[in-house]
Design a protein around this ligand. Structure first.
Ligand code: 5RP
Length: 235
């Protein structure tokens, strides 16, 4: 693998695969780093490892199914042992921004159903303060302009300002998530108080979920050319 970022993602994913034990119920994340984990998990399953996976998106489900990883849903399997997912950013308190791949709602539901959430990432996602990556906020498609104003106000009330844009897909149409919602990308820059912003966003009726994952990740496996570092508790 020549691309150093992809090599780092693969390295982090490989460390996470070592956490998987026979019989585990796994949450399967979304994105390019999570896809490395799913690919490596598929290799273990082909060698006889028995697990069951709950995907966080249609595309992860398709990847895992193609690799013959046994799959389930939260309807059938509402409690999981471990979720492995990527992130768009993480800070020293293991707080995350997620949703760059538009899967944040299902990612958060699956992570919340898991005893542990381990994040796999390359070093580029590490920040001192969250907010360099525009915060994705998943919103109901009813009344998006009104919800957008509330999101802007929530930002302002917690010291954030910047453009709040409706995400479009590759064809220039409003992007629709797997759950049928839209996404507002909030280019707030540094978020001075992520916990306060999360609370404000939670209180907006049109907000289905936001990409601040606070108190959810139990460990972060971060890789770069020098190797792998574990932040948090992998046990
Ligand atoms: C998808 C996500 C992804 O985990 C996040 O965007 C990171 O993706 P990648 O591993 O491709 O950088 O939150 O909604």
């Amino acid at each position: 693998m020549t691309d150093p970022a992809e090599a780092a993602k693969r390295l982090a994913a490989a460390r996470a695969v070592d956490l998987v034990k026979p019989g585990m119920r796994l949450g399967l994340g979304t994105g390019s780093t999570a896809a490395h984990f799913v690919a490596l998990l598929g290799e273990r399953v082909a060698q006889g490892l028995q697990v069951v996976g709950v995907p966080t998106s249609v595309r992860t489900r398709e990847q895992a199914a193609a690799l013959n990883i046994p799959l389930s849903t939260l309807d059938e399997t509402p409690q999981l042992d471990l979720t492995v997912d990527g992130a768009d950013e993480f800070d020293p308190q293991l707080r995350l921004i997620k949703g760059g791949g538009a899967a944040l709602l299902r990612e958060k539901i699956v992570a919340a159903a898991s005893a542990r959430m381990v994040v796999v990432t390359d070093r580029s996602k590490q920040v001192a303060n969250l907010g360099r990556f525009p915060l994705p906020v998943e919103v109901d498609r009813f009344g998006v302009p009104a919800t957008r104003l509330h999101v802007i106000a929530a930002g302002k009330a917690t010291g954030c300002s910047g453009e709040v844009k409706l995400r479009l897909d590759a064809h220039g149409h409003v992007l629709v998530t797997d759950g049928g919602h839209a996404i507002l990308d909030c280019a707030f820059g540094i978020i001075p108080d992520p916990d306060a912003l999360a609370q404000k966003l939670n209180a907006i009726p049109g907000v289905v979920e936001h990409g601040l994952f606070i108190g959810m990740a139990t460990a972060i496996i971060v890789a770069d050319a020098a190797g792998v570092e574990v932040i948090g508790d992998l046990s």
